[in-house]
Design a protein around this ligand. Structure first.
Ligand code: PEP
Ligand code: MG
Length: 320
C-alpha cells in the first residue's frame, strides 16, 4: 500500500476539481465496523445481512438481529450512513431453516427477494429488527435481486405493513441493480425508490451469462465490460431524471479504473471491501470529473473489456 494513500485514508475522496465521491465499506458483521472506520470508510454501503443468518442453526431472534444492527449503527454514529441489504441467500447456499426444493439452476432460481417473498414472515422479522435498531435514526434498507416492478411492489407492501408500527422511522429504501432487467427498467423503478446500488458481481454474471464462480470462465467475466457499463449508464441516467442517487457495491468499485469510469458515469457512492478504500480514495484524488466523464464516454463505445482496459496508459492498466 502506497504510503501517501495510507496517510490520507481518513480524508474524503475529492477529485482535482472538487467533486466528492463517497467511499464506503462492504461488511458482514458488527465486529468489523471499527477496523473499517480506521481504514477510512465514510459509512457502510453494503451490509450483507445473510452472514447473520448463516452464523445460526436457526433463524436468529428479532432481538439478536436488532442487537447486531444497533451495534453497527452505534459504532458508525450519525455522520456515517448505513445501508443494510435484506437476506440475500439462494438455492446454491440454502439455510437449514428455510428449506427449498433443489433447483437445476440455483442462480436463476429462488434467490434474494424471490426467497423473501416465499418466507414473508422471515422478511417481516428482519424489518422489525432493523426498524427497532434504527429507533428513529436514518437507516437505508435495500433489497437484493429485484427483477421487476411487480416484485418490488410486493416487497414494498410488506415493508409498509411493518413500518406502520414505527411512526418515528426515518428509512430510505433502495434496490440492488444486479439483474439486467432492473437496469433496463430503472426509469420505471426510480420514482418508487430513494436510491439504487449496482451489484456489479451479479450484474456481470447475468449480463454475460457467466457463472461468477465458474472455475474456467469467471476470468472472462470482467465487470468493466462495455455491456455492463451501458446498463450502469442507463441506471444513472434514469436516476438523475428522477432525482435519486446511484451507488455501486460490487467489485468494480474497488478496481481503480472501474472507480474512475463509474465516477465519470455519475455514480456518487462506491462501496467496497474495506482494505481497498485508501487506494481508491487516492486514485479518485488524481482525476478530474471532466476527465473521468470523457474516459467513461470512451468506455461506453469500446468494443470489449480489453479495449476498455487499454484506454489507460500501461502503468495504470493492471487489474487489481
Ligand atoms: C453484487 O452482486 O455485486 C453484490 C454486491 O452482491 P453479492 O456480491 O453479495 O452478491
Ligand atoms: Mg449480488
Amino acid at each position: 500500500l502506497n504510503e501517501q494513500a495510507h496517510a490520507q485514508r481518513l480524508e474524503p475522496a475529492i477529485t482535482t476539481d472538487g467533486h466528492r465521491v463517497e467511499v464506503m465499506a462492504n461488511l458482514t458483521a458488527a465486529k468489523a465496523v471499527n477496523a473499517a472506520i480506521e481504514i477510512g470508510c465514510e459509512g457502510v454501503g453494503l451490509f450483507r445481512s445473510e452472514f447473520i443468518y448463516m452464523a445460526h442453526a436457526q433463524e436468529p431472534s428479532i432481538e439478536a438481529q436488532q442487537a447486531e444492527y444497533a451495534s453497527v449503527m452505534d459504532q458508525l454514529g450519525s455522520e456515517r450512513p448505513l445501508i443494510v441489504r435484506t437476506l440475500d441467500i439462494g438455492g446454491d447456499k440454502p439455510l437449514p431453516y428455510m428449506p427449498m426444493d433443489e433447483e437445476e439452476n440455483p442462480f436463476l432460481g429462488i434467490r434474494g427477494v424471490r426467497l423473501s417473498l416465499r418466507y414473508p414472515d422471515t422478511l417481516k422479522r428482519q424489518l422489525h429488527a432493523l426498524l427497532r435498531a434504527a429507533n428513529g435514526r436514518l437507516l437505508r434498507i435495500m433489497f437484493p435481486m429485484v427483477t421487476d416492478l411487480n416484485e418490488w411492489r410486493q416487497i414494498r407492501a410488506i415493508y409498509r405493513e411493518v413500518a406502520a408500527g414505527y411512526p418515528e422511522a426515518q428509512i430510505e429504501l433502495g434496490i440492488m441493480i444486479e439483474v439486467p432487467s432492473a437496469a433496463l427498467m430503472a426509469e420505471a423503478f426510480a420514482p418508487e425508490l430513494d436510491f439504487f446500488s449496482v451489484g456489479t458481481n451479479d450484474l456481470t454474471q447475468y449480463t454475460l451469462a457467466i457463472d461468477r464462480g465458474h472455475p474456467v470462465l469467471s476470468r472472462q467475466a470482467d465487470a468493466i465490460s462495455p455491456a455492463v457499463l451501458k446498463l450502469i449508464d442507463l441506471t444513472v441516467q434514469a436516476a438523475d431524471r428522477h432525482g435519486i442517487w446511484v451507488g455501486v457495491c460490487g467489485e468494480l468499485a474497488s478496481d481503480p479504473l472501474g472507480a474512475t469510469i463509474l465516477t465519470g458515469l455519475g455514480v456518487r457512492e462506491l462501496s467496497m471491501s474495506a482494505r481497498a478504500i485508501p487506494r481508491i480514495k487516492a486514485r479518485l484524488r488524481t482525476i478530474s470529473l471532466p476527465d473521468a466523464r470523457s474516459l467513461a464516454a470512451r468506455a461506453l463505445v469500446a468494443e470489449s473489456s480489453e479495449a476498455v482496459r487499454e484506454l489507460l496508459a500501461p502503468a495504470s492498466q493492471t487489474r487489481e
